[in-house]
Design a binder for this molecule. Structure first.
Ligand code: PAF
Length: 283
């Protein structure tokens, strides 16, 4: 695996690796890599000739300074993990390399970023869009791989690619879970031992709600999930919403859409975790 930190070195490496017939698969990350990221990289490997991974903690997508400072960073550990999978090129730039001057670009995602993460983390998706544009511009991927855990991000990145007419195909990859159900996340390593023991309740609640939906209304399902999460002193529910998987707008009943997803954000102590479950998907 080649490791590059500057745009100039990236260009050189990419042109050496790429020839007219080779496809580039790209996995953008903020580091603190885990099995979830590795599954994206394996998927990229299956679908591309060259696999590029970026590790960059993007400051413009953090609306909370403390959250940015606390975000786990360990490039040596990331490199060791990347060496266990088949990654051709790691791009680990500095902030100055990605943003030689401040990015003032404003995106319009209509209602997509007015709900859930977007409502609770103002400016977050604008920052994600800024960095994705810059990284895609530098790397020129044929395909880019995103985890379904960040469900709203996936929908918004797809919209970004559509709006800008970018040639990159966005590939969604399933959530990877710990054996106890907890969705893998770089933030999990910030949990205390006690919090780590309670955290799987989030996934267990979503799983239980899947069995519940068949005979109950959307409202009753929301109440069930809220009730289960509220029972634990370790948790503070930020939101649980049942939404249309394309528009991200709340649905009132199960007939309203063919694609229905339940999305949750919970504070476990100071650590904010998100997860989601697909209740209905009819092609
Ligand atoms: O999902 C993430 O880790 C980040 O939002 C991403 C896509 C790497 C952009 O910084």
């Amino acid at each position: 695996m080649d490791i590059v930190k500057t745009r100039k070195d990236l260009d050189e490496r990419l042109s050496a690796l790429r020839n007219a017939s080779k496809s580039v698969g790209f996995v953008p990350t903020m580091g603190a890599l885990h099995e979830g990221h590795l599954s994206l990289i394996r998927q990229a490997r299956r679908e591309s000739d060259i696999v590029v991974v970026s590790v960059f903690v993007n400051p413009t997508q953090f609306n909370d300074r403390k959250d940015l400072e606390r975000y786990p960073r360990n490039l040596d550990e990331d490199i060791a993990l990347l060496n266990t999978v088949s990654c051709d090129l790691l791009f680990a730039p500095s902030v100055e390399e990605v943003y030689p001057e401040p990015d003032t670009r404003e995106f319009d995602f209509g209602q997509l970023d007015k709900v859930m993460e977007g409502a609770h983390r103002p400016g977050h998706f604008n920052g994600v869009a800024q960095v994705i544009c810059r990284l895609f511009d530098m790397i020129g991927p044929d395909k880019a791989f995103f985890g379904q855990k960040d469900f709203q991000q996936l929908v918004i990145v797809r919209d970004l690619v559509r709006q800008l007419g970018l040639g990159t195909e966005i590939v969604a990859c399933p959530i990877v879970r710990e054996p106890d159900g907890l969705a893998m996340s770089s933030r999990n390593r910030l949990l205390t031992e006690k919090q780590r023991k309670s955290a799987p309740l989030i996934a267990q609640t979503l799983l239980e709600s899947c069995n519940f939906v068949e005979n109950n209304t959307v409202r009753e399902t929301i109440d069930l999930v809220k009730g289960m999460v509220d029972k634990s002193d370790d948790f503070k529910l930020e939101y649980f919403q049942i939404v249309d998987g394309n528009t991200l707008q709340p649905v009132d009943n199960w007939q309203e859409s063919n694609y229905i997803v339940g999305c949750i954000a919970v504070y476990v102590g100071e650590v904010r975790l998100i997860d989601n479950v697909v209740y209905k998907f009819v092609k």
